[in-house]
Design a binder for this molecule. Structure first.
Ligand SMILES: [Zn+2]
Length: 104
């Protein structure tokens, strides 16, 4: 069962603004910067490290809509039973990419 992440109201409105910017077609770099201001964790990209994985990166700005995870969900707020949509590995298989390897 997926439960919505706990988000305090001020963060929620910031998040809405960020998603609105994205919907309006603002450049990804602008959206990403706004998202980071709302919640630094939204700038983190998490890569699946399972050896059998064809390759998957979790981007909090995109979420994982196929699994019911809304855009703007920090990796830390994913349910514990969330798994990699490509290979089925659990959250513990994921490693955070350092900021310098994230392309904007
Ligand atoms: Zn995977």
């Amino acid at each position: 069962m997926l439960r919505p992440p706990r988000v305090d109201p001020s963060r929620r409105s910031l998040l809405r603004l960020v998603l609105a910017l994205a919907a309006l077609g603002f450049p990804a770099a602008v959206v990403r910067r706004a998202a980071l201001a709302a919640d630094p964790r939204l700038g983190e990209i998490w890569r699946c490290g399972a050896s059998e994985c064809p390759g998957y990166e979790y981007d909090p700005l995109l979420g994982d809509p196929d699994s019911g995870v809304a855009p703007g969900t920090a990796f830390q707020d994913l349910p514990d039973d969330w798994f990699c949509p490509r290979c089925g590995a659990g959250k513990s298989e994921f490693r955070r990419l350092s900021a310098s390897t994230i392309k904007s």
